[in-house]
Design a protein around this ligand. Structure first.
Ligand SMILES: Nc1nc2c(c(=O)[nH]1)N[C@H]1C(S)=C(S)[C@@H](COP(=O)(O)OP(=O)(O)OC[C@H]3O[C@@H](n4cnc5c(N)ncnc54)[C@H](O)[C@@H]3O)O[C@H]1N2
Ligand code: MOO
Length: 418
């Protein structure tokens, strides 16, 4: 049986970047940039005023309170380049600075001494000193033409769209979203919530969870089906998954030691390469990772609900990152709130809460109810706490690794709940 780091290295070795296409930045929201974007424009594109007021020429000295100026013209946002020859120019926020002027005095710091018949100011007196450069936003002050603004490997968020729009970037190169299929196995499973359970049946909770988590992880779910414990029914579902274009197929159940655990043998029978089966982790030890004959990745997740969640979070999500060009994750390291004794020399993935104590310090608390069939404690969890194989009894205050509930979500920080 291999350890987690070895398993992760195999997944990364076996995972290739998906193809790249160009689309508008808005269409690329949530996707990962495949090429670095450099600015083709200055931002701001011209020197402009940060205030409604009057533009002046200051030069090397300070213009003193009480100085008076005739108003030579007016500039509003959208007005084109204009040459100023002395005097004050009435100016609006965002308007292009008249050439030759280098400062703006806000309208609140000016006394208007005379106006024309339409109420436009003709002469002003300064009610405050004015320094060169004040309230002027310089061309290229935010972004210079040619500067790198978004690196390849960045997942585009709304703030990237704001900057790319400000710079007039019409299209970006992004890696397409991975397509994923979920096949839940087990003749005990019931998908219809209105159907009463017959003896021995349970409801399928892995299917809806994994499909929702896969979407939150940046994948498109192209198929979700439940099959009985019949290899033929399973193979038919797998064929439909591949026909739907899946890059990654997940199944739950039928990977352990039971008589109906048909997934490994059935995969071998269709020419899949099984890279590993069973990892030194809890929960989720019987996890299987394979490559199908046509190159698609296959994750056989154990059937217990939390085992399937751990399999998705710590095995499938790293593969989705590698497929889209996101760098491997870095966990937070947070002190444990209370000592935790592990019951086996395995790497543990624990339902946890990151909390802030009374002194404002972060702590990670292992929740009650760690068994892999227990779903309810997941609702109190805001993070996964990972305790490595070699640490058997980490004490209060020892640093442990903390991961968000999904790879695109930072761990939340909650209040201490007692
Ligand atoms: N003799 C051994 N038995 C088991 C071992 C072992 O090493 N030796 N490992 C245990 C561990 S750990 C796990 S995890 C499970 C994994 O079993 P399978 O992946 O083969 O899954 P199933 O047996 O089909 O189901 C396990 C469990 O999960 C429930 N289940 C399955 N699918 C769903 C679903 N879609 N929604 C909700 N619950 C589901 C299923 O009814 C079982 O209770 O094996 C242990 N046994
Ligand atoms: O490791 Mo199993 O995944 O304990 O439930």
């Amino acid at each position: 049986m291999i350890g987690y780091d070895e398993a992760l290295a195999i997944i990364q070795r076996e995972t290739a970047r998906l193809d790249v296409h160009r689309c508008t930045p808005e269409q690329a929201l949530g996707q990962v940039l495949a090429e670095t974007v450099a600015s083709g424009e200055h931002l701001p594109p011209f020197d402009n005023s940060a205030m409604d007021g009057f533009a002046l020429h200051v030069g090397g000295a300070t213009l003193r309170t009480g100085s008076e100026f005739d108003v030579a013209g007016a500039q509003a946002a959208g007005d084109e380049r204009v040459q100023a020859i002395g005097g004050a120019w009435e100016i609006m926020t965002g308007a292009r600075m008249p050439e030759g002027l280098d400062a703006v005095v806000p309208v609140e710091q000016v006394e208007v001494l005379a106006r024309d018949a339409d109420g436009r100011p003709l002469r002003i007196r300064l009610a405050a000193d004015v320094e060169a450069g004040q309230h002027v936003r310089l061309r290229g002050e935010d972004v210079l033409h040619g500067a790198t603004v978004v690196e390849a490997g960045t997942r585009l968020a709304p703030q990237h769209l704001m900057l790319l729009a400000a710079l007039g970037v019409p299209s970006v190169a992004v890696t397409r979203r991975p397509r994923l299929a979920v096949i839940t196995t087990g003749r005990e499973l019931v998908d219809d919530p209105t159907r009463p359970l017959a003896s021995g049946e349970i409801r399928n909770s892995n299917g809806p969870f994994l499909a929702a988590r896969a979407v939150a992880a940046g994948a498109d779910v192209v198929l979700r089906e439940t099959v009985s414990d019949e290899p033929t029914a399973y193979l038919a579902a797998l064929e439909r998954a591949l026909a739907a274009g899946a890059d990654v197929v997940l199944s739950t159940g039928a990977v352990s030691m039971g008589r109906y655990d048909f997934v490994p043998d059935t995969l071998r029978g269709i020419g899949a390469t099984i890279h590993f089966h069973k990892v030194r982790i809890r929960p989720g030890k019987p996890l299987l990772f394979a490559r199908l004959a046509d190159g698609q990745l296959y994750f056989g997740l154990p059937g217990n609900p939390v085992s399937s969640a751990v399999g998705l979070r710590f095995f499938v999500e790293p593969a989705l990152r590698a497929m889209t060009g996101l760098a491997p994750e870095q966990p937070l390291r947070v002190p444990l709130a209370m000592a935790y004794r592990k019951r086996a020399p395995l790497r543990f993935h624990l339902k946890g809460r990151v909390e802030v104590d009374g002194g404002g310090r972060m702590q990670a608390r292992v929740l009650q109810g760690q068994e892999s069939f227990r779903i309810l404690p997941l609702l109190a969890a805001n993070a996964w706490i990972v305790v490595p194989e070699e640490a058997d009894f980490p004490g209060a205050g020892d640093l442990v690794e903390v991961y968000g509930l999904g790879h695109l979500e930072a761990p939340c920080i909650g209040e201490v709940v007692t």
